[in-house]
Write a protein that binds this ligand. Structure first.
Ligand code: TMP
Length: 212
């Protein structure tokens, strides 16, 4: 059961190098044009609040124990929900987040090997609501592509952070966990074949039916 808010929550997901960042700004503008009476709030994880951005700095650079890493991701998320996401959704706004909890399942779970049972517990703790519902995005746009294609794209950009330095095997496991989550909740996920050209991907995003 997904929590009921008057607003609408969209997350963008995918392995590093999948190309999601290229499209987020344009997609936000498109949403604002389609829904002029609803403010669009753009945010990201880890981050999205002053505390979350501080945690992001640590999470992307400092070496740490895997469980510490997962707990800090969810701590930043709890703050993000309390300060930004829940108030915006309660006010009827459209929230677009560059990553959310599926990234923790994919990276800390699939990639690094933290147990899915522990991640389920953290998800329920941080996103569970009093009525028993779980706050999830209404729509998750997953940019999917093979690890080696993403690796070739990543090598063309800026200095890699802690996650971007990981090897192909890690990213293949991240990808598989994203796909498992998508299979588990097909109504929430929209899969984008990210091997397509940016133009073809954008055409697909423009044609996406939003149930808002
Ligand atoms: P970004 O490069 O898309 O801004 O994401 C930052 C990195 O953080 C990216 O490599 C994925 C990683 N990440 C996790 O490992 N777990 C999480 O829960 C989130 C939100 C991001």
């Amino acid at each position: 059961m997904t929590a009921n808010f008057p607003g609408y929550f969209i997350s963008f997901e995918g392995i590093d190098g999948a190309g999601k960042s290229t499209h987020i700004d344009a997609f936000c503008k498109l949403m604002q044009e389609c829904y002029p009476n609803h403010e669009v709030v753009v945010t990201r994880e880890p981050g999205g609040t002053p505390l979350g951005e501080q945690l992001r700095g640590l999470l992307l650079d400092a070496p740490m124990n895997l469980e510490t890493e997962a707990l800090l991701m969810f701590a930043a998320r709890r703050e993000h929900l309390a300060q930004v996401i829940e108030p915006a959704l309660a006010a009827g706004k459209i929230v677009i987040s560059d990553r959310f909890t599926d990234a923790s399942f994919a990276y800390q779970g699939g990639g690094r090997g933290l147990s899915i049972a522990k991640l389920n517990d953290l998800e329920r703790w941080v996103q569970g609501r009093e009525d028993g519902a779980l706050l999830q995005p209404n729509l998750t746009i997953l940019f999917d592509l093979p690890g080696e294609v993403a690796e070739a794209r990543r090598s063309k950009v800026r200095a890699p952070d802690k996650f971007e330095k990981m090897d192909l095997n890690f990213f293949e496991k991240v990808r598989q966990e994203y796909l498992r989550r998508a299979k588990e909740d097909p109504q929430r996920f929209h899969l984008v074949d990210a091997t397509q050209t940016p133009e073809a991907i954008w055409n697909g995003l423009q044609a996406l039916k939003i149930n808002f």
